[in-house]
Each structure stands twice: as structure tokens, then as C-alpha cells.
Design a protein around this ligand. Structure first.
Ligand SMILES: *Cc1c(COP(=O)(O)O)cnc(C)c1O
Length: 436
């Protein structure tokens, strides 16, 4: 027992020590002198460090970039989702359709609502919501659809929005991966009713490690969101004060407060929170927007080289964006046509010092959703792709040219090895867990 424990500890240490030739990457974004200068400016400027002009500038620039009327910054992509989902005004008994192939933050807030969630299966070529699977899940109670542009590959929004308009439900785009993507000449973040972004450390641009944004075109939502992130109540206020209430004094800085101190509140929807993005984060975010074109190009260049290799092998295929669209390559994803090959490829790359990821475990099989009755078999394509076929390779603009060259060669050699000797021994590894 004690000896076993010792061996496990030693293995743990070895795995911790392990350094990859091509690591997944400690950061997703490129930061350099311009970001440092933006912070130095802020330190030397005699301005507030919260609720200042830098946040306004960042939001205006972001809205313009996305082509959305409003951009409301918050402290993370998760908070952006929580607040954006509040705008959907979900009522008990409503149904919400959601993608199972995303990071858990997309759908987690729904656990706090008394709604029925239907996970919609995905397109195996993109890992995005499959519009043809979507139609069958729509009922008269369908209130909203939550989707993600997986890895930065735009979802088929034309078909999806046509269904949403025909059946009168709202659509939320989780654009955490999609900054820098293009969908038939338009930008994710302005393709549906409301959208959320993340500027967390791993994402294509960052606001110093944590941060998020919500975009929408509805002015009433923008106002509600602004209240919610500023510790103000999201309430319906009567347009006139009841006669028994003395009108409070209104000072210029009292953007919203005056009316809620009266009795003229018809309904409180949600209490607020403080999700104010700091001026330091906003200053860096604004600078990062200036890099977006270059970092997107750098990601696409690496992806292009990986695609070339993948396309040489008939048992492999790359994830590809819809026609007339551009992928942002937050994640580079490719597919093997069966599990044995996928698993062997993961191990062959790992042995060569390339760090592989499998993102994301199907949401409906996480404990919180199983507990609500969701089960294996609900989304067969999403399950097959994660358990058997897909893998994510490093695709990061911070990789050195020599690392990209190594990655391309390692992929080619690994695939050639699988092609030539399909009986490559499969070693048990903690990298791939395929229990069902
Ligand atoms: C990162 C991410 C989020 C959450 O963003 P945070 O800023 O980390 O809270 C939500 N959805 C997806 C798809 C993500 O990748």
C-alpha cells in the first residue's frame, strides 16, 4: 500500500516535470511593449482605476469591431453568460436548447433556472450545432438557444437564425473562441440576439488574465446589463412617480439610482452584482484589439500548415469553417475516422513531445446534467466525436517558427506511422480516458 503510494507520487512528479517540445501554451494571447506602455500610462495618469474612460473606449472600440450597437464589459466570460442569460427572461416551464459541445460555462447558468434543457446534437465536420438536428427539438415552449462557435469555427447562423425567427425564440452566441472569425462577411457577436466574449488568459486576446464582454443591439438590454454589472437592481420602473412619493433629488451622476428609491418599482427581475472591468484590464484590452488582425493571421497560418498534413491522410480530416467564412482558430481541431487511430495518434504525438488536448467533454454527461436526467445516447454525434474521433493540436501565435516546424513534422511522422503500421501498441495513458 505504502509502496504503491510512493510509486504513484513519483509518477505524479514525473508528469509534472514533463516539458513538451510543443506545449499547449501558457497563454493564448500575445502581449508586448504596447500593453506594458498602456499600463505605465495608467499608473502615471491621475485618473480612477475603476469606472473610468478606458473602459468606455474599450467598449466603443469593441462594439465597432464586432458591428454591434452595444458592448458591455464585465469581469469574465462566465459572468457575461450569467448576465446575458438573465436577458432571456426565462420562466418556469420554458425550454432552452443548448449545444453539448462547449466549455461548461456556456450552459451552467441554466442549472439555476426551472427550465427544461434539450441538448442538440452537433455537425461532425464542425462540432457546432447541427441545424437539421435543431428543428426536431423545437416546441411551442422553446424560449432560447445557446450555442458556441466551437474553437472559433462559425456556426451555421443563417439556417439557425431562420429557424429562430420562424419559431420565435432567442439565440445567444457564446463567442469566447470566435473573436477574429468571420461568417459570410459578418462578425460573430452580431449574428444573433445577444453574444458573450471571454478575455481569459487562454483566449485569443486577453484583458490581463480575466475579463469578458456582452454585445447586443437592444438598448433596453444594454441598460439592464449596465445596471446589473454596477450593483444596481434590474427592475421595471413605472414611468411616473406615484403621487404619495416625494420625487428624489436627481444629481447628474445619478444615472439610474433616483427612480428605484421610490415605490414606483413594478417588478424586480434580478439584483445586481459588481462585474466592473478594471481600467487596467480595459487599457490592455484596447491595446489587444489592435493586435487582433495579426494574431488571427498567425493562428490561420499555423492551421493552414496543419491542414495540409491532415489532408494527406485519407483516414483524417480537419475541422473546416462554412463557405465564405473565416475560422479564428482559438482551437485547432482534426478528426480521425475511428477511435483506434485517434487514440494512437494522441499517444504518438505525446511521445514526440507535442501536448494534445481533447476539448470539451460532452456537457450532458457531466454530473450536474446527469443528475437532471441527461444520459449517454442523447447526442450520439457529440459523444462519438469526443470519445472516438477528435483531437486538438497546439495552435498558438506564441509558438516559435522552429516549434511550428517541429509540430508539422511530428504530425506527419505520427500519421505516417499509423498508416504504415496500424498495429502500433496502444499504451494506457491518463491523456485519453474513453470509458463510456
Ligand atoms: C473560456 C470560455 C468561457 C468562460 O470564460 P471565462 O472568461 O473563463 O469565464 C465560456 N465559454 C467558452 C466556450 C469558453 O471557452
Amino acid at each position: 500500500m505504502a509502496a504503491d503510494q510512493h510509486a504513484t507520487d513519483e509518477l505524479g512528479e514525473l508528469m509534472m516535470d514533463r516539458s513538451y517540445v510543443v506545449p499547449w501554451g501558457t497563454r493564448g494571447a500575445v502581449l508586448a511593449d504596447a500593453e506594458a506602455a498602456a499600463l505605465v500610462d495608467l499608473v502615471h495618469d491621475d485618473v480612477p482605476l475603476s469606472l473610468g474612460n478606458r473602459r468606455d473606449c474599450f467598449e466603443r472600440a469593441f462594439a465597432a469591431l464586432v458591428g454591434s450597437k452595444h458592448a458591455i464589459s464585465v469581469t469574465s466570460g462566465t459572468v457575461a453568460l450569467e448576465l446575458a442569460i438573465q436577458m432571456l427572461d426565462l420562466e418556469p416551464g420554458d425550454e432552452v436548447i443548448a449545444t453539448p459541445q462547449t466549455y461548461q460555462a456556456t450552459v451552467q447558468p441554466l442549472l439555476d433556472y426551472d427550465v427544461r434543457v434539450r441538448f442538440c446534437d452537433i455537425d461532425p465536420a464542425t462540432l457546432n450545432i447541427d441545424p437539421s438536428a435543431l428543428e426536431a427539438l423545437i416546441t411551442p415552449r422553446t424560449r432560447a438557444l445557446l450555442l458556441v462557435h466551437y474553437g472559433g469555427c462559425p456556426a451555421e447562423m443563417d439556417a439557425i437564425m431562420a429557424l429562430a425567427r420562424r419559431h420565435d425564440f432567442l439565440v445567444l452566441e457564446d463567442c469566447a473562441h470566435a473573436l477574429g472569425a468571420d461568417y459570410r462577411g459578418r462578425t460573430p457577436g452580431a449574428l444573433a440576439d445577444i453574444a458573450t466574449f471571454s478575455f481569459q488568459n487562454a483566449k485569443n486576446i486577453t484583458t490581463l488574465g480575466e475579463g469578458g464582454m456582452i454585445t447586443c443591439s437592444r438598448g433596453d438590454w444594454a441598460e439592464r446589463l449596465d445596471r446589473l454589472r454596477s450593483n444596481e437592481t434590474d427592475a421595471e420602473i413605472a414611468p411616473t412617480y406615484p403621487s404619495d412619493v416625494v420625487e428624489p433629488i436627481v444629481l447628474p451622476w445619478m444615472k439610474y439610482s433616483a427612480s428605484v428609491y421610490t415605490d414606483a418599482v413594478r417588478r424586480v427581475r434580478h439584483a445586481g452584482t459588481n462585474a466592473t472591468l478594471s481600467e487596467a484590464a480595459a487599457a490592455v484590452g484596447l491595446t489587444q484589439l489592435g493586435r487582433l488582425g495579426a494574431v488571427s493571421e498567425a493562428r490561420r497560418a499555423i492551421a493552414g500548415r496543419l491542414d495540409e498534413v491532415v489532408n494527406r491522410y485519407p483516414f483524417m480530416s480537419p475541422q473546416s469553417a462554412p463557405p465564405h467564412s473565416a475560422h479564428a482558430y482559438h482551437l485547432y481541431t482534426c478528426f480521425a475516422d475511428r477511435q483506434e487511430l485517434r487514440d494512437q495518434l494522441v499517444l504518438a504525438l505525446d511521445r514526440r513531445g507535442v501536448e494534445i488536448q481533447l476539448r470539451y467533454f460532452p456537457q450532458h454527461l457531466l454530473p450536474e446534467w446527469r443528475h437532471r436526467g441527461h444520459a449517454y445516447g442523447e447526442c450520439p454525434v457529440a459523444e462519438r466525436m469526443w470519445f472516438e474521433q477528435h483531437l486538438n493540436l497546439p495552435c498558438n501565435p506564441r509558438l516559435k517558427q522552429s516549434q511550428v516546424a517541429y509540430l508539422v513534422d511530428a504530425l506527419d511522422e505520427s500519421l505516417a506511422e499509423l498508416n504504415g503500421s496500424p498495429s502500433l501498441p496502444l499504451r494506457v495513458s491518463s491523456t485519453v480516458t474513453c470509458e463510456k
